[in-house]
Design a binder for this molecule. Structure first.
Ligand code: 5AD
Ligand code: SF4
Length: 462
C-alpha cells in the first residue's frame, strides 16, 4: 500500500479511512464497490462511520425528489462532523458522487458548501487524482461531471474480487429511451455496452473470489449490445450463455429490463440456460395505453402482455416483478383503474410503486395535467394493497415446496443463515456457517410478506 499521495491531517503511519454511503439503485452499489477497490489501492481503509473518516463519499440518487433531498440532509450532518474534525486539527474531504452530482453539479456546492468534490458517474476512475487536487487546492470545490470518451470501465474493471457470495456486475450503462418522467438519460448519459471479453474477465475474477451468483446490471440491461470476442455484436442472451460457461458460477440474473428490448434470444436463454434464474424485473409503469404514450414508453399494454406470455411459455415458473408510477401528469381515475386491472391480470411476485415526482429538465415535469398530491397518495395506497397481496400469495404458494437456496450470510438469530430462492425471495434456514456459498435444497414451511423460512433437507457438498 502506498501512503504518499495524500496527507489528510492524520499522522503518516496511520491509514486514511474512507466512508462511502450509497443511495438508490444497484448500479450505485456496484460503483461504490469499484470506488472502494480503487481507493483501497491508494491506501484507504474502510471507516465504520462518517465520523471516523478522512474521506466521505456520498454516492447519490436523483430518481425522485425525496432521494435527492435525503442527500442534502446527510450533508448537513457531515458538515458538522467536518467542522468538528477541523477543530481537532484534522481534515475531512467530502465528495458527492452519483446522479445528484451529475444533475446538479455546482448547485450541490452552493447548497452544501462543505462539499470539496462533485464527481459524476462517468468519472470515478479519476477519483484519486481529484482527491489529491482537492487537498492541494485552496478550498475551492472541484467539479467533474463530464462524460469522458474513454469509458471508466477500462480503468475500473481491474477490480479486486469481492468477498460476498453474490455480486453485481455492470454490463451496460445509460439509456436512450427518454421516458417522459425519468432523469436517467440525462444523469447516466447515452447507452453504452461493455465488450464481452471485459465482462467475462471481471466475472471470472469475481468467481475466483468466491462469488456464486452474478446479477448483470444496466439501466436498460436488455438493450445490451456489446462487442463479442468474434467481432460481432452480442445481445444479452448471448452474453448470458457465455457467462453460463464459467464452471463455478452457479446463478445468473439481470436487471433492469425494458419490455421493448426483450428479444427472442433472451426468451430462449430463459428456456435453455439452467443457470439463468427464473425471476425477471420488467417495469411496466402503467396499465393505461394513454398514459404509456404520454410516458413515451414505446410499448402498449398489449405489447407487455405478449412479452409476458412468451416468457412464461419459455419458463412457466418465472417470477415477474415490476415498477409502477401513479399520478403521472394526465393520469385520470380511469387510467389508474386500468393499472389496477392490469396488475390483477398479470399477477406480479413483487412490485415497486411510486408517486410520480417531477424531475427538473424532464418533459413530464412541465407537462399539463399535474395530479394533486392527495390523489397520488390515494392511488398509491390502493395499488400497494393489491401488490402486497399478490406478493404474499406468491410467497404462500411456495410453502410445502422444496426450493434450492443459495446461502449468503448469517441471519439475525444464532445458528440461522439467509439465502435466496431461485425466485429471489429471502429464505431463512437453520444451518451452520460453513454452508455459506452453497446451494442447498430447503423445504419451505413459512411465508411472510417479504420472505420465506424453511429447513435444509440435504447438504449437497461441503
Ligand atoms: N417519479 C416517480 N418514479 C420514478 N421512477 C423513475 N422516475 C420517476 C419519477 N420521476 C421510477 C420508475 C423506474 C424506477 C426505478 O423509478 O418506476 O422504473
Ligand atoms: Fe428511465 Fe428506464 Fe425509461 Fe430509460 S427506460 S428513461 S432508465 S425509466
Amino acid at each position: 500500500m502506498t501512503h504518499t499521495a495524500f496527507t489528510l491531517g492524520t499522522p503518516r503511519d496511520m491509514a486514511k479511512r474512507v466512508f462511502i454511503k450509497t443511495y438508490g439503485c444497484q448500479m450505485n452499489v456496484y460503483d461504490s464497490a469499484r470506488m472502494t477497490d480503487l481507493l483501497a489501492s491508494q491506501g484507504f481503509l474502510a471507516a465504520e462511520t462518517a465520523r471516523d473518516a478522512d474521506l466521505v463519499v456520498l454516492n447519490t440518487c436523483h430518481i425522485r425528489e425525496k432521494a435527492a433531498e435525503k442527500v442534502y440532509s446527510e450533508l448537513g450532518m457531515i458538515s458538522r462532523l467536518k467542522e468538528a474534525k477541523a477543530r481537532r486539527g484534522g481534515r475531512m474531504i467530502v465528495a458527492v458522487a452519483g446522479c445528484v452530482a451529475q444533475a446538479e453539479s455546482a448547485e450541490v456546492v452552493r447548497r452544501a458548501p462543505c462539499v470539496d468534490l462533485v464527481i459524476g458517474p462517468q468519472s470515478y476512475h479519476r477519483l484519486p487524482e481529484l482527491i489529491a487536487r482537492a487537498l492541494k487546492g485552496g478550498g475551492a470545490a472541484i467539479l467533474d461531471t463530464s462524460f469522458p470518451v474513454v469509458p471508466k470501465f477500462d480503468y475500473l474493471s481491474k477490480a479486486k474480487a469481492p468477498r460476498g457470495v453474490t455480486a453485481f456486475l455492470t454490463v451496460q450503462e445509460g439509456c436512450d429511451k427518454f421516458c417522459s418522467f425519468c432523469v436517467v438519460p440525462y444523469t447516466r448519459g447515452a447507452e453504452y455496452s461493455r465488450p464481452v471479453v471485459q465482462i467475462l474477465a471481471e466475472a471470472s475474477n469475481f468467481v475466483r473470489g468466491g462469488v456464486r451468483e452474478i446479477t448483470l446490471l444496466g439501466q436498460n440491461v436488455n438493450a445490451y449490445h456489446g462487442e463479442g470476442p468474434d467481432g460481432k455484436e452480442w445481445r444479452l442472451g448471448a452474453l448470458i450463455r457465455g457467462l453460463a460457461e464459467l464452471p463455478d458460477l452457479e446463478r445468473i440474473r439481470y436487471t433492469t429490463s425494458h419490455p421493448r428490448d426483450v428479444d427472442h434470444e433472451l426468451i430462449d436463454a430463459h428456456r435453455e440456460v439452467p443457470k439463468l434464474m427464473p425471476s425477471l424485473h420488467l417495469p411496466v409503469q402503467s396499465g393505461s395505453d394513454r398514459i404509456l404514450a404520454l410516458m413515451n414508453r414505446r410499448h402498449t399494454v398489449g405489447d407487455y402482455r405478449l412479452v409476458v406470455e412468451r416468457l412464461r411459455t419459455a419458463r412457466p415458473d418465472l417470477a415477474l416483478s415490476t415498477d409502477l408510477i401513479v399520478g403521472h401528469p394526465g393520469e385520470r381515475d380511469d387510467d389508474f383503474q386500468a393499472t389496477l386491472d392490469f396488475v390483477e391480470e398479470i399477477r406480479f411476485a413483487q412490485a415497486f410503486s411510486f408517486k410520480y415526482s417531477p424531475r427538473p429538465g424532464t418533459p413530464a415535469a412541465s407537462a399539463s395535467g399535474q395530479v394533486p398530491e392527495a390523489a397520488k397518495s390515494e392511488r398509491l395506497a390502493a395499488l400497494q394493497l393489491l401488490t402486497a397481496k399478490q406478493q404474499r400469495e406468491f410467497n404462500e404458494a411456495c410453502v410445502g415446496r422444496e426450493l434450492l437456496v443459495l446461502l449468503e450470510r448469517p441471519g439475525r438469530h444464532e445458528g440461522q443463515l439467509v439465502g435466496r430462492s431461485p425466485y429471489l425471495q429471502s429464505v431463512h434456514v437453520a444451518a451452520a456457517g460453513e454452508l455459506i456459498g452453497q446451494i442447498v435444497p430447503a423445504l419451505i414451511s413459512g411465508a411472510s410478506a417479504s420472505s420465506l423460512s424453511g429447513s435444509v433437507t440435504k447438504v449437497v457438498r461441503l
